[in-house]
Ligand binder design. Structure first.
Ligand code: ATP
Length: 453
């Protein structure tokens, strides 16, 4: 299927303003990327689609937006201080550092030397100083996952928006990991975004919900334009499970660099709520961290019938926004042969993901009537089209079509001399390249019906 390479995607992203290397004019900073004018639209569209499916289309999930700086105690009791690490090895020959599980045949991937140190744990959390005094005590972590502040807000959410089990809390936001070897463009970076749902269920119903959420999430990725044949499920074996997980299913995607994790769906049991709860003796908690003296919370829910306090189990679908963007770009990218030995590059994005929804193109850039009509049409369409409508006044129709094919704009509208006479415009479809004459009064409905329902 995918005959293009990661380089093709990187090049398109830079050329057309999707993704740039961060801090590039100072030589960059490894593992960081910036989203450009089109990238930010695409990324926002993906996040919007997730939010809509989680919060608006259901009534059992609430949203949150919590702080990035995190009290170290949260990450102590969550187990991250102790266990959130990757095995690190040093190459004694070239002094490079690698993740031990990324090394094959005991060879340094940099210089090929066999002189490597034994693996040792390397904690992936970033620390930063808080307040004016740098005494080594007043520090915070940049959160390594958005999940923890969902758990610490469990009671706040429940007190303010009552729910009974099952129900969920969802959040989209930045997470930070000091990855040993960031690589493969935006696939493995040090600052990224996650879309995380913590779905709280009755203990005993967790396995069923785990299966249900796995299916829901695969279907959702398909709705964003990922083909099922490029997805595989990986049932994470016991020895690879994160410290909080009873079972994890990874949704793996065939990226240009290989089959890798797009989203992880974990059964975190009562580990986190249990760990952050005071007086655990009152509760039937199976969590392995049991001496929490600091939190003053009881992160439990009262069963309406039995009146017993229950610490829910939690199913966590955790998706990477950046890995989602990369998968979607990879799916959408295609090069088509045209007549006369020509080619065109097309991003076949679903319209709700496309960074630019509609481009309005005046046939002649200096013709006052045509340009005025185009400006009027752009602002009129902007009121109804769900996303950015762009006035593309380059005066070169062919070039504009090529550009909008390449950035995935579903349709272009050309305003020409005939428009001034009879109030019709040409609507050109990205995928079929077909052109239709549509009356200006009907163009908004035409676009909505064909692209945005
Ligand atoms: P990996 O094994 O690839 O390092 P992980 O299992 O540590 O990933 P999780 O802790 O399950 O990842 O995080 C949930 C999601 O967050 C992942 O499925 C991925 O989409 C995203 N994610 C995690 N680490 C990164 C990263 N360094 N860069 C970009 N996205 C990431």
């Amino acid at each position: 299927m995918n005959k293009h390479s990661m380089e093709d995607l990187v090049s398109l992203c830079k050329r057309r303003g999707f993704i740039f290397q961060s801090n590039e004019i100072y030589g960059g900073l490894q593992g960081l990327y910036d989203y450009g004018p089109l990238g930010v639209e695409l990324k926002n569209n993906l996040k919007k689609a997730w939010w809509k499916s989680m919060i608006y289309e259901r009534d059992d999930i609430e949203g949150l937006d919590t702080s990035i700086l995190t009290n170290p105690l949260v990450l102590k009791y969550s187990g991250h201080e102790e266990t959130f690490s990757d095995p690190l090895v040093d190459c004694r020959e070239c002094n490079s550092r690698w993740r031990a599980d990324h090394i094959t045949d005991n060879k340094c991937p940099g210089c090929g030397s066999l002189d490597l140190t034994e693996p040792r744990p390397f904690n992936l959390m970033f620390k930063t100083n808080v307040g004016p005094v740098d005494d080594g005590e007043s520090f915070a972590y940049l959160r390594p996952e958005t999940a923890q502040n969902i758990f610490t807000n469990f009671k706040n959410v429940l007190d303010s928006t009552p729910h009974s089990l099952p129900f969920g809390i969802a959040q989209i936001g930045k997470a930070f990991r000091n990855e040993i070897t960031p690589r493969n463009f935006i696939f493995r970076v040090r600052e990224f975004e996650q879309m995380e749902l913590e779905f709280f269920v009755k203990p005993g119903e967790d396995d069923d919900w785990h299966e249900k959420w796995t299916e829901i999430r695969i279907k959702w990725w398909e709705d964003q334009g990922i083909s099922r044949e490029n997805i595989e499920l990986y049932h994470v074996p016991g020895e690879e499970l994160a410290h909080y997980s009873k079972a994890t299913v990874d949704i793996m995607y065939k990226y240009p660099h290989g089959l890798e994790e797009l989203e992880g769906i974990a059964n975190r049991t009562d580990f986190d709520l249990g760990s952050h709860t005071k007086n655990q003796e009152d509760l039937d908690i199976k969590a392995s961290v049991k001496e929490n003296k600091r939190s003053n919370a009881k992160l439990a829910i009262q069963d309406l019938e039995s009146k017993n306090w229950v610490v829910p189990y939690v199913i966590e679908p955790s998706a990477g926004v950046d890995r989602g963007v990369l998968a979607i770009l990879n799916e959408a990218y295609r090069v088509e042969s045209l007549e006369g030995g020509k080619e065109r590059t097309v991003l076949g994005l679903k319209p709700h993901i496309s960074p630019i929804k509609i481009a309005v193109i005046p046939l002649k850039r200096n013709d006052e009537n045509i340009v005025a009509k185009s400006i009027e049409l752009k602002s009129q369409l902007q009121k109804t089209i769900p996303g950015r409508v762009l006035l593309e006044n380059t005066g070169n129709i062919g070039k504009s079509y090529r550009k909008h094919d390449e950035v995935g704009t579903p349709a272009c509208i050309t305003v020409d001399f005939q428009t001034i006479d009879d109030n019709t415009v040409t609507v050109r479809d990205r995928d079929t390249m077909e052109q239709k004459r549509v009356n200006l009064e009907e163009v908004s409905t035409f676009l909505t019906n064909n692209y945005f329902i």
